[in-house]
Ligand binder design. Structure first.
Ligand SMILES: [Zn+2]
Length: 204
């Protein structure tokens, strides 16, 4: 077992003194193919999205899930990292979660769990595709967050779950001018072997 449990809301180990009773977050000690296979085995009913195809030189630098047992996943997270000509090193975190889980809000630095109030009645900022399905995303303000947050946050809804994209640095939002494809890699099969893992992990 290379996935370690911690609190979904903060870096504390479980049981967390401040956030008791929540399903734990499962994160690998080191992102690797074997740990990712373990992650996918623990989340069979839940999508795990990656930007697809991964650009040359990009790798999966982090992933995690939330749940208190197989087939009880409430959220998944991946981080793909690489470089872009304009931004230098870029982190792209993708979080899919059931409402009220709080992982997306934690990574995004928002004060609320669910982005619904911020995305109603506005024109979407960007679109991604999941399979043949276009998914609208709205920019989410992180101006109320503590500290320095050089990131752009987008959120929308896909398959009845919140979908969050957290891009670092904030200027990497421009990469989304081209419509991205997010692939649910939980059903990828042998192509999984081609995904590179490792590299500096994002802080969240
Ligand atoms: Zn906690």
């Amino acid at each position: 077992m290379s996935l370690a449990a911690s609190c979904v809301r903060c870096p504390a180990p479980v049981p967390c003194p401040n956030h008791g009773g929540l399903a734990p977050l499962w994160r690998p000690e080191e992102p690797s193919y074997d740990a990712f296979a373990e992650h996918l085995a623990a989340t069979p009913q839940f999508p795990t999205y990656l930007p697809w195809p991964m650009g040359p030189g990009w790798s999966v630098t982090d992933f995690a899930s939330v749940g208190d047992g197989v087939e009880r996943a409430r959220a998944t997270l991946t981080c793909a990292s690489g470089t872009s000509e304009l931004d230098g090193p870029v982190d792209v975190m993708v979080i899919a979660e059931e409402p009220g889980t709080g992982l997306g809000g934690r990574c995004a630095g928002t004060r609320y769990d669910d982005p619904g109030a911020e995305i109603s009645y506005r024109t979407p900022t960007a679109r991604v595709r999941i399979g043949s399905q276009p998914v609208s995303l709205w920019d989410i303000s992180t101006s109320t967050a503590d500290g320095e947050f050089d990131r752009s946050v987008l959120a929308g809804e896909a398959g009845g779950r919140w979908l969050w994209l957290v891009l670092r640095p904030a200027s990497a939002l421009l990469l989304l001018r081209d419509e991205w494809i997010l692939r649910d890699v939980s059903r990828l099969g042998p192509q999984l072997l081609e995904i590179p893992f490792g590299g500096p992990r994002p802080v969240w």
